[in-house]
Design a protein around this ligand. Structure first.
Ligand SMILES: [Zn+2]
Length: 304
């Protein structure tokens, strides 16, 4: 009897040791396996990122994951930007309203195509601050860069534009007429704040959208200074850029723009922007409706 009990006890102990070993092994495996899985995810992400930068110099490939990527994390840190040996030429695209009717209105489906083509071609869309760094320091985050601007702050920027910018993960700047904020055709302060929270940038397009070169000096100064202040009150950030209404300016405008605190002035003179034009007289590329993919990408690349 005693012997049998001892065998049973010994068997139980052996069983416990085996069970303990199994549980311990599984636990160890699970803990050890996790970093491997995490590492694999990280590597996949890295590969996805490097394929993004590779696209800058290789053939454009349609990518599905563009839409899902988070806007806030897609900025290329300044430490990775490269100083260029020749002066950078920057396409600053100029749009106005979204819709149909005239050449200043871009139909939503066409705009969506154009924003998608830019992504597929590997373009990196700049913020106003990044655009300033490009032109003032002659540095670029990658080979293909573009700055997308919309003038006037039409209501369509919020109703049609914002969902579209989010869907295509596009970074754009709206040149807002500060005196029109809240009017029925323009954006409200709340809309501007919502858009800003969704990574839309804002620049000034003066207070009342008058042709600056035709105004007395004091009025010019007011248009430039007050619009910057008003936009700073709404967004919390004083804009670094002024887009001159109808592209009109004179020598005084350039001086007042600088004195008001702007770092850049945008005109409607057609072509790619370059620092040699003067930081307060930068050229832009007007995008008209009816573009083919090849025609649009050619326009972005060459500015005409
Ligand atoms: Zn305008």
């Amino acid at each position: 009897m005693k012997k049998t009990r001892r065998v049973v006890v010994a068997s139980l102990i052996a069983l416990l040791v085996i069970l303990g070993g199994i549980v311990g092994g599984v636990t160890y495996y699970r803990h050890a396996a996790q970093p491997v899985v995490r590492d694999r995810v990280a590597r996949v992400r890295t590969r996805a990122n490097s394929s993004t930068s590779r696209q800058a110099s290789s053939q454009p490939k349609p990518r599905k994951n563009v839409v899902q990527a988070a806007v806030t994390s897609d900025r290329i840190p300044l430490s990775k930007w490269q100083k260029q040996s020749t002066p950078v030429q920057l396409p600053i695209l100029m749009y106005h309203d979204i819709g149909q009717g005239n050449t200043l209105m871009m139909p939503a489906d066409q705009l969506k195509n154009q924003l998608t083509w830019l992504k597929q071609a590997g373009y990196y869309e700049l913020t106003p601050a990044e655009a300033y760094t490009v032109l003032s320091e002659n540095k670029v985050p990658q080979a293909k860069i573009v700055w997308i601007t919309f003038d006037d702050g039409y209501r369509s920027m919020y109703t049609t534009g914002l969902p579209l910018f989010k869907a295509t993960n596009s970074r754009v700047t709206i040149n807002e007429i500060s005196g029109s904020v809240g009017s029925n055709w323009n954006l409200t302060a709340e809309m501007i704040k919502t858009m800003q929270q969704n990574n839309v940038d804002f620049a000034s397009h003066t207070v009342s959208h008058l042709e600056l070169n035709k105004l007395p000096n004091a009025r010019q100064q007011m248009e430039l200074t007050n619009s910057r202040q008003t936009l700073a009150q709404i967004t919390g950030t004083a804009p670094n850029t002024i887009a001159y209404p109808v592209g009109r300016y004179n020598v005084v405008t350039l001086q007042y723009a600088k004195a008001a605190g702007y770092q850049m002035g945008l005109t409607t003179t057609p072509g790619l922007a370059a620092a040699s034009q003067g930081m307060y007289a930068l050229h832009r590329v007007r995008v008209n409706p009816g573009q083919t993919q090849a025609g649009f990408l050619n326009l972005v690349q060459h500015g005409y």
